[in-house]
Design a protein around this ligand. Structure first.
Ligand SMILES: Nc1ncnc2c1ncn2[C@@H]1O[C@H](COP(=O)(O)OP(=O)(O)OP(=O)(O)O)[C@@H](O)[C@H]1O
Length: 306
């Protein structure tokens, strides 16, 4: 069985002081030996276990509480969509899943985010290793100004992954991202010379290349045309055989088409007229779209607000 635990420094490591599993303060830059958690081969039926769990997660930017009290699971090898009106905190919650918020000055995560039962924000967890296990694809395709080959090889090289044959790794990542056939004869061409949809699939290949277990996608199709969008949606479904995917989307049809679970967020206004994102409802996608439990969800999916 694959060991999914994020490696911890050993007690004999001189850099290690005491380990307090309940401490949720972040300590960027603590180095841990990288042991890759490979996608397992468990069948979809075995896969209905949460690989991550958010429990009472609130995210602050300085004193401002952007999202309040979010509790939800992320099911293994399933696609979870986050939907809701602008500013309700979808991207903020997404970033809390791989500690990308650590990179925003003043951002703070309260509550608990666990990965295979381990606190992602514990002092001894290296955020760099977290982001390798839990990769991210952004709204705007952002290939490096490098060749297609080097875009994919970049992650394995900088993370010091042991790779017996880099050509094979690059080919596999490009195949898995459904891009190989389109680029196999021009691997030395700049990634920036590709179309927007191809660039986004290159970014997915770059993410896959470091063998993550979870892929976070923040509106990955919003800059793409309908044909390129359909290709990415097909790719997501294909990837969910091997990876857990969490996607933020403004497009309800997209959430309904591709996801297994959906989380609907909204923004509430408090007495001080301040807006705070709130998770309203989390359930299987079919249920949320056909038989929502909350009136606010129903109003949103039927277009009555948002
Ligand atoms: N870096 C930041 N600094 C301060 N406030 C921020 C920052 N990022 C987001 N916010 C605020 O947090 C709240 C939630 O923003 P977030 O981007 O997570 O919402 P969203 O639902 O993803 O929105 P959208 O659908 O428009 O992308 C908003 O009020 C936003 O202004």
């Amino acid at each position: 069985m694959t060991d999914h635990r994020l490696p911890r420094p050993t007690p004999s490591d001189p850099e290690v002081s005491t380990v307090n599993p309940t401490d949720t303060t972040s300590r960027p830059g603590v180095s841990i030996a990288g042991v890759g958690a490979q996608p397992t081969t468990a069948s979809q039926s075995e896969a209905a276990d949460p690989v991550m769990e958010l429990s009472a997660v609130s995210v602050y930017y300085g004193a401002y509480e952007a999202v309040r009290d979010t509790t939800m699971p992320i099911q293994e090898k399933q696609i979870t969509a986050m939907i809701g009106p602008s500013g309700c905190g979808k991207s903020t919650i997404l970033r809390s899943l791989n500690r990308m918020n650590d990179l925003i000055p003043g951002a703070r995560v309260a509550g608990s985010v666990s990965y295979h039962g381990q606190d992602l924000y514990a002092r001894d967890v290296d955020p760099i290793e977290v982001r390798r296990r839990i990769g991210m694809v952004f709204q705007k395709p952002n290939p490096f100004p490098k060749s297609i080959y080097d875009n994919v090889a970049y992650g394995p090289r900088v993370t010091g992954m042991k790779v017996s044959n880099m050509d094979d790794l690059v080919e596999k990542a490009l195949r898995d991202a459904a891009l190989w056939d389109e680029v196999k004869d021009k691997l030395k061409t700049s990634g920036l010379a590709l179309s927007g949809g191809q660039q986004q699939r290159l970014c997915i290949a770059r993410t896959i290349a470091v063998r993550p277990e979870i892929i976070l996608m923040d509106e990955p199709c919003s800059a793409l045309d309908p044909i390129a969008t359909a290709k990415i949606e097909d790719l997501m479904s294909e990837l969910s055989n091997d990876y857990t995917i969490v996607i933020v989307t403004h497009n309800m049809q997209q959430a309904a088409r591709v996801s297994h679970y959906t989380a609907f967020f909204t923004a509430e206004v408090d007495e001080q007229q301040e807006r705070h994102g709130r998770l309203v409802e989390f359930s299987q996608t079919g249920k949320l779209f056909t038989n929502p439990a909350d009136k606010r969800t129903e109003d949103y999916i039927t277009g009555r607000f948002g």
